[in-house]
Design a protein around this ligand. Structure first.
Ligand SMILES: [Zn+2]
Length: 203
């Protein structure tokens, strides 16, 4: 008897529970549906954000490695500056940055003053060439030039010339008087590290 009563109670309770669930079903469906919509929309907008980030990254990478072409004025200036110098055979101006054209102009005018000769042509002994520069050398990214200085008078005069070039170029550039007293004594003129994009390839 007791068992039957318990069974009856269980059946009644179960029935009530099922009825409650059926009554709540539309509400549960609506809540579930809303969760699904939020999930999909949220996921999609996250995806779009990722995609935009990806595009921005790609654009930056392309920009950093972009070949940059001199405009007509810069090209004329480049040719003019090269014409005011002599170049040792094998010197390669590949990638030379426009800022280095400006540096040539300064070196030329200092040499003119030092030699008291407005026709004097400094000899460029190295640009983007010669494997002897250090691996990360500014020479290999078109940001350094070497000028012969060993035939520019006494050591005192040569030091003065180096200092004049340094003073006239200002702090955007680094000027080193290298291999003093040796066959290869030269002025190394380069854009100061960190002031330019090493990946840009100038033409
Ligand atoms: Zn050098």
């Amino acid at each position: 008897m007791g068992c039957l009563v318990i069974a009856a109670i269980v059946i009644v309770l179960a029935t009530i529970a099922i009825q409650i669930l059926i009554a709540l079903l539309p509400v549960l469906l609506v809540i579930g549906g809303m969760c699904l919509v939020f999930f999909i929309v949220g996921g999609a907008s996250g995806g779009v954000k990722e995609f935009k980030k990806e595009i921005a990254y790609t654009q930056n990478t392309v920009r950093e490695h972009m070949v940059q072409f001199r405009d007509d004025v810069q090209r004329d200036y480049h040719e003019e500056m090269l014409s005011m110098t002599l170049q040792k055979s094998g010197v390669n101006f590949n990638k030379l940055r426009p800022e280095m054209d400006s540096a040539i102009s300064v070196v030329v005018s200092v040499y003119h003053t030092a030699m008291n000769d407005d026709k004097y042509k400094p000899l460029i002994t190295s640009a983007n060439d010669y494997e002897g520069h250090s691996e990360r050398s500014a020479h290999y990214v078109g940001a350094a030039l070497d000028f012969r200085i060993k035939d520019m008078g006494s050591l005192e005069t040569r030091k003065q010339i180096a200092q004049m070039v340094r003073d006239n170029l200002g702090n955007r550039y680094t000027v080193l008087h290298e291999d003093i007293g040796q066959e290869n004594e030269h002025l190394h003129v380069q854009l100061r590290n960190g002031t330019y994009n090493r990946n840009a390839v100038w033409k």
